[in-house]
Design a protein around this ligand. Sequence first.
Ligand SMILES: Cc1ncc(COP(=O)(O)O)c(C=O)c1O
Length: 427
Amino acid sequence: MQRTRMMIKWTHDTVRRRFMSTSAAAIDWWNHVGHAPKDPIMSVTEAFLSDTSPNKINLGVGAYRDDDGRPVVLQCVRDGEAKIAGTGFLESVSASVSSKLVEESVKLIYGKDADFIKEGRFAGVQALSGTGACRLFAEFQRRFYPQSKIYLPIPTWSNHHNIWRDAQVPGRTFHYYHPDSKGLHFAALMDDIKNAPDRSFFLLHPCAHNPTGVDPTEEQWRDISNLFKVKNHFPFFDMAYQGFASGDLDKDAKAMRIFLEDGHLIGCAQSFAKNMGLYGHRVGCLSVLCADAKQAVAIKSQLQHITRAMYSSPPVHGILLVSTILSDPHLKELWKKELKVMANRIHRMRSTLRESLKKLGSPLNWDHMTNQVGMFCFSGLSPDQVNRLMKEFHIYMTYDGRMSMAGVTTSNVSYLANAIHEVTKFG
Ligand SMILES: Cc1ncc(COP(=O)(O)O)c(C=O)c1O
């Protein structure tokens, strides 16, 4: 007994002494942690925000701005908000609202009469916007195809590489853009699809490709889909800009409908960040077409199993808002009209910028500005020219020369054209 008490006392004394000697300076747990690499898109915004010039222009941001350069709250969103006000959305979202969002999202891509919808041959979950949907799929891919890789276009949205890397799925690339034509490198793309091992996973942008604004034609999509069939590849579509390429939701979904007609079992990430202006609400959907309804139930349960451990359930407000807009015919029509207005404004800015450069006597061909579609123009400006635009003209974009046309307005377009002409006129 005496001995045990002594032992305890000794232990306490030792602990106290050790505490006294280390309490002056706490153990530095994170000494070995250095800075993460800067995100190329986020750092453009940071540089823009710290610039005090009244002339500054931000062409880095991938979200819509109106002709005064301001973020827009769509009228359909305001009306949708009014409709759901006071519906007690502090509780987690009900299964029926969640299914509604998934079903309406899927109809948006494949059309409301697609057979697989009636047959319940799809699995879908609400995701944390487009990024979250891609991340979920990457995780799902690794779990059920642990040896697989993901083929990404060159170039692609830079975060695609991070997302699949963090899910431990090795990345491969395939040709997409041709710097000389500033268009699609179709022959090389087809070669890469052909040369990839059978049953490979490919990520495709169905419309308004980020960062190039270059989309395959309908005919080319048919060829791509055929080749996918021959090779048994899996098509994963990242639909972040539906409506922004043509101003029409159905036209922008054409590529996916071609793949559907050809009988592919497609995976798709959808985002409502841009086309509903809901960036901050993080509303998206991940859907996977299945062989039959039984498989759909199993896949949905696996997707839910993954989200449960990642973040349990998604925030409820945005899902209510989006499912309300999509299932109310009046609000949906209003949304389509507003979407057209946004797409048209961007298209107008493309033409105005191209014409302004022509009028300034630019020795270069800027036709790609209007040939490319969607929010981004892959200008062809070199990193040095981009640097000069930032330093001398306070115009910000990523170093690959990607310009968000949403940042171009009637009042800044001639300043922008002059600046581009200044940095490009001697080649
Ligand atoms: C091609 C592509 N996919 C996904 C996303 C992610 O969008 P979200 O903001 O919905 O996560 C973006 C955003 O820039 C994108 O360009």
